[in-house]
Design a protein around this ligand. Sequence first.
Ligand code: HEM
Length: 500
Amino acid sequence: MGDDKYYTLAEGCPFASNRTAVLMRDKQGGGLGLLQDTQLIETLAHFSRERIPERVVHAKAVGSYGEFEATRDCSDFTCASFLNKVGKKTPVLQRVSTVGPESGSADTSRDVHGWSMKLYTDEGNLDWVFNNTPVFFIRDPIKFPSMNRSHKRHPQTHLPDANMFWDFHVGNPEGIHQLMVLFSDRGTPKSVRYMNSYSGHTYKFTKADGSFKYAKIHVKTQQGIQNFSREEATKIAGENPDYMIQDMFEAIERGDYPVWNVYVQLMSPEAAEKHETNIFDMTKVWPHKDFPLQQIGRLTMNRNPRNYFADIEQAAFSPSTMVPGFAASADPVLQARLFAYPDAARYRLGVNYQQLPTNAAKAQVYCPFQRDGSMRFDDNYGGDPNYVGSWIKPTKFYQDVKGTNPGALSLHTEHEKWAGEVSAYSSEITDADFVQPAALWEVIGREPGHQDRLVDNLVSSVKSVKYPELRKAVYSLFSRVSKDLGSRLQKRTEAAIKAA
Ligand code: HEM
């Protein structure tokens, strides 16, 4: 440090020494602590409070910054300003995570990988909170906590538990499509740079005139898909549990910036009514031949976080963080998520989490109706009215506020007319739930050895199920995808158990 810079306490008082406590010492070198040693007390007290709650899911992650560049003028289907001009660039924060395991766990574990992006657009932030799989395990949101608990630790043994995992999935078979993806090669991606991500949900791109198109978003790696085998992933998990963090950090440091192309599938409301599956059921994909991918942008990650805690741990993503021109659909899982994420952020980071630098919009924010609260750390809108309907002009800080923006209505307008009954949501299973998984099994069959690897990955999990009845139920579940798959799984699992 230069002459003019010195260490201080957090409130400015210079340290006499940053390496010694102030003690009442005796001749033998012992000492009693003093309450007047503010430096010691602050040092110890702050240390005990360094941790914030880790995310209940998606705790382990890789983060970086970059940019989204529009490659198409999309004003024919959305008024979203970040998509209204070819070449327009929007800064992005990205966070890619595993789901079930804790923050210190191996990032090459077989798991779905979460994929969050915060686009700091000129009309406010847009969070795309996706996964690296195009489908999901459930279609009724009330199952989400149960599903995740069954993937985590047993309440007694505190161990991950194959009995719980398969018990949940046999009892909730709508997840079969996602299970097929998870136990395929794509369940162990070879770093963030080599994976795709997908909105999974149906969203809506809206226009100011009230028209809209349903949309699914696909983010496709330009580095090519690459995966680890189960054996490689397990070995790396032991040798370097932070492999993916390191891979991404080092690629960006050496200027080898990863790139993804961003595509949409669009569907008109009329086509949605006639579509063969319920477009609000995220266990299903839309056929590409009927709804082709159209490129809208390119994503490049080119800057590492300056500080992991400030930039990535304190980041809060939510599907409810949207901009005019992009809106939620009636997918019940998505609707539940619109509540769950800001709720989690208020718990994890505090009620003013939107002010944290990593979450703060780069666009103008003037929201004097959201005031005060724990850890408010800006001017809190000074003396501006904190109630709606005021004729008093805002203060000098906010002279340029023009009023409300009717264009933003497209964010909230539902367009659809609602008529229906209040009832419990049904997610009964039918044969239709096995059509797309069966097609996936066929597609996997076109890659040499892939079907075998999928069976092998399943065997490595199912062989730990100790109840024969539950194992039988797992074989029946996969037999509904393909008799061949079910019987290969049964034969090899039972042989592995016998041989053990
Ligand atoms: C009812 C369904 C769901 C609920 C209730 C739910 C809830 C949550 C919660 C509470 C978190 C932790 C948030 C935090 O502490 O900041 C989270 C994280 C996450 N979820 Fe979900 N989730 C659901 C479904 C999904 C789906 C379908 C996807 C992907 C398509 C998804 C992707 C993610 C991602 C990527 C994160 C990590 C966010 C980050 O990087 O901070 N979740 N979810």
